[in-house]
Design a protein around this ligand. Sequence first.
Ligand SMILES: [Mn+2]
Length: 337
Amino acid sequence: MTEKDIQEITELLSSHKRIAITTHQFPDGDAMGSSLALYHYLKLRGHSASVVVPTYYPDFLHWMPGDEEVTNYMTHQHKALDLLEQAEILFCLDYDQPGRTKGLADAVENFEGSKILIDHHPNPGEFADYTLSVIEASSTAELIYEFILMLNDEALIDANIATCVYSGILTDTGSFSYGSTTYRAHYVAGEMIKAGADNLTIQNEIFNSNSEDRVRLMGYALSDRLTILTEFNTGYISLSIEDLARFNFQNGDTEGLVNYILSIKGISFAVLMLERDKSVKCSFRSIGQFPSNEVAREHFNGGGHTNASGGEHSGSLAEAEKLFRSVLPQYKKQLGR
Ligand SMILES: [Mn+2]
């Protein structure tokens, strides 16, 4: 983002605007944290702002301040599209392509006002008028903080903004454990605590609010459905529709499960495969340099970050497992550590 961009955005925001904030489908902690942080900031600036999400998001993210104001396209299609239609400014947070917003994609693509993209994914698309893209940033939430700084509004950061930014950083760094956990991530998190984020409460809301079913599903997945491929320093968990039904699976229940595989000494690549109706959703995680996003992109119609990415396979669970095992040999050298 250039000096000129910042001047133009400052100008844009100097008078009252109707603003829509969008994020990617199946929003995670960073998607919701960055969206709601920006929402609170824009409200403080006197704008009419609204957060519009393409799909539902997990229960453990519904406590954030401002959550009751979020419009979900899946349940309120008309309202969601109206909000985008009526907006003069559209923020695109935590996604690199309009397609990531699923049902909102056309509205995002054809939006006629000013589009501002703030994101940390590699290779962001050139679909916005202004782009703040920092691949090294821990999270989009961290970039919302930088954005507020660029607009010289640090003094406006209150407990609501701080809570949402902190939550985004906490979740997108896997509790400050991924490779993206920089000095800046810790610094901004510290600043957020100073500004009123209650880090212990946030920790509790996000990590200590499991249902019994969820914990039992995790236990079952790790004891019965985990395969370790020592030769490739790789592990994967695959869960069928029946497995999920047995534990009354709710969206978000398998969040973080894939990280347990990485916690095994020597494992540097891990995958969670979840059977859907006619496809298998895959979450890839890696430690160090191994490009999980390359595997996601080249074999599973997906993409993402080096250490955290996702994809999908059209077919059965058994086929997805077979495909995954069949592509590992070509990465054998990179998987050695
Ligand atoms: Mn993110």
